[in-house]
Design a protein around this ligand. Structure first.
Ligand SMILES: [Zn+2]
Length: 520
């Protein structure tokens, strides 16, 4: 799975946008649009007792009118007590509301909007991408409680949140420490531990990209790795021993991801592990019991990985599960839209096997076998539409096997082509590592054509784009048997057989060769 915008964007009223734009351009000769962009500043106080948040949003500039949107008309039910204030005085200025949100006319520079958000009601929806309650810990998607002003344009928002003692927050946002706070802590280091206020930058992603913010009595653990940090939160439902087991599993998984190009793809990743075993998903029924029920990489307001697990399952089952490596591999590419689903899922599906082999979670033979079994399953799907058409409708047609595995065949083909053409000097990781440096994190959607063109430019090749055109237009499953034959892999009955003298035997060895980050 990867991110799909799941909800319809609540479009701001066009008239309002026009009015703001006209005002923004009024002073002649100024690059007005940019400096009228409002970097919203949210000040939040979280109340654990009522499981609610008091939010104040202030804007530095004046506007003829500002529209504040919740995620949708439906989501407005979680917001109450919407009021304007100016210079700390509750003002008499009016706020109107309609089905699309709230509107304020005659907005003054420095004015604020305040409201109360019922986080408990959001959590109790018990829906993915909305909210979830587990004991005292809960998730409330921020699009449901942080109203977004239409004048924000491309500016990043800042947020401070006051947490009660003993409570934590896990968010996809970038944490920052204002210089005033850093200076105070420098003078008096003990303040750092006492501070219950946290400060964040909120990356400006499209409003309909989902995100998860968790509140609770968990301890957020920062796992510092080359290239970035995983911020791990295991929510309510796992005991100390189970948490240690999950932490160790995440260690293996991150080593696997580092075996691509030695660094995490992104500087900061929120990792939410949600124990659901005890809730009965998978239950005690051994046939349905599994360590990892579900995983997704989500991209709203930053980058995150969400894993629904049964923490009671043995460590060996976690080690054998591909989900986490698959989801972390999604961090190496930008969001590619529906047409690019096969490219995105293909990369994660290829790497869930390759990277686990390189880091020792699978043997190379096992990894080639997983790919072999997958290609066989994918090839069974009858095809009368192109791969791009099937991928665009995947969530209706459920043609997951074809899309995921034809995509994996694309990345294997490209990896093979690059290695062949360069005598082994260039490979997929070289291109993806350069892509990390130029273009990640990506806070907006990329066209799949632009992504492969950029990879070609970075690799000095044309294979990404030419193979892209070829695969996107394919009505049949790609000829994976020919690739396997060139790699010297054939079905030897019980096990795969590997020929030492095949054309691409050296490439086969190089793709799965064990490595760790000290080797690069
Ligand atoms: Zn995926």
């Amino acid at each position: 799975m990867t991110t799909r915008p799941l909800r319809i964007i609540l479009a701001c009223a066009p008239l309002v946008v026009c009015a703001a734009a006209a005002h923004a351009q009024a002073p002649a000769g100024r690059a007005a649009a940019d400096d009228r962009e409002a970097a919203p500043g949210y000040a939040v106080t979280f109340d654990a007792q009522t499981q609610s948040a008091a939010v104040q949003l202030c804007l530095a500039h004046e506007y003829p009118t500002v529209a504040f949107a919740a995620d949708s008309g439906w989501a407005m039910r979680f917001i109450s007590d919407v009021k304007r204030s100016f210079a700390r005085e509750p003002g008499a200025a009016k706020v109107d509301s309609d089905a699309s949100g709230w509107h304020a006319a005659g907005w003054r520079a420095g004015e604020c909007l305040s409201w109360r958000a019922d986080l408990r009601a959001i959590a109790q929806e018990h829906k993915p991408d909305v909210g979830w309650q587990m004991g005292e810990d809960f998730i409330a998607a921020p699009q449901f409680w942080l109203l977004r002003p239409d004048v924000q344009a491309s500016a990043e928002a800042e947020l401070s949140i006051q947490m009660p003692e003993g409570w934590s927050i896990s968010a996809p946002w970038r944490e920052l420490m204002p210089s005033s706070v850093t200076a105070k802590i420098k003078k008096q280091p003990s303040l750092a531990a006492l501070s219950t206020k946290r400060y964040f930058h909120i990356p400006n992603t499209p409003p309909d990209w989902s995100a998860a913010v968790a509140f609770g009595r968990f301890t957020e653990e920062r796992i510092a790795l080359p290239g970035g940090t995983l911020r791990l939160a295991v929510l309510h439902g796992a005991d100390a021993g189970e948490r240690a087991k999950l932490r160790e599993w995440l260690d293996h998984v991150s080593r696997a991801v580092l075996s691509a190009y030695g660094r995490l793809p992104l500087p900061e990743v929120q990792v939410l592990v949600i124990p659901v075993g005890q809730l009965g998903r998978g239950g005690r029924d051994e046939d349905r019991a599994q360590a990892v029920h579900f995983g997704q990489s989500i991209r709203g307001q930053g980058n995150a990985l969400e894993l629904l697990v049964d923490p009671t399952r043995p460590a060996a089952e976690f080690a054998d599960d591909w989900t986490a490596v698959h989801e972390l591999s999604h961090l190496m590419h930008p969001y590619l839209g529906d047409r690019g689903t096969w490219l995105a899922e293909g990369l994660a599906t290829y790497y869930q096997n390759v990277l686990r082999a390189r880091s020792g979670m699978l043997t190379p033979a096992q990894a080639w076998d997983r790919l072999y079994q997958g290609f066989k399953r994918g090839a069974k799907t009858p095809g009368d539409e192109t791969l791009e058409q099937v991928a665009s409708n995947m969530h209706r047609s459920h043609a997951y096997q074809r899309v995921y595995w034809a995509g994996a065949a694309y990345w294997l083909t490209v990896d093979r082509d690059l290695r062949r053409a360069s005598g082994g000097k260039m490979n997929l990781e070289t291109a993806l590592s350069r892509f990390r440096d130029c273009c990640l994190p990506a806070y907006s959607e990329w066209k799949p054509e632009d992504f492969v063109a950029r990879l070609d430019a970075l690799a000095g090749s044309d294979v990404f784009a030419s193979r892209y055109r070829e695969f996107a237009a394919m009505k049949q499953f790609p000829d994976w048997e020919k690739i396997y034959s060139d790699l010297g892999i054939r079905d030897g009955g019980e096990h795969l057989a590997f020929a030492a003298d095949a054309k691409d035997a050296a490439i086969r060895e190089a793709i799965m060769a064990p490595r760790n980050d000290s080797q690069r």
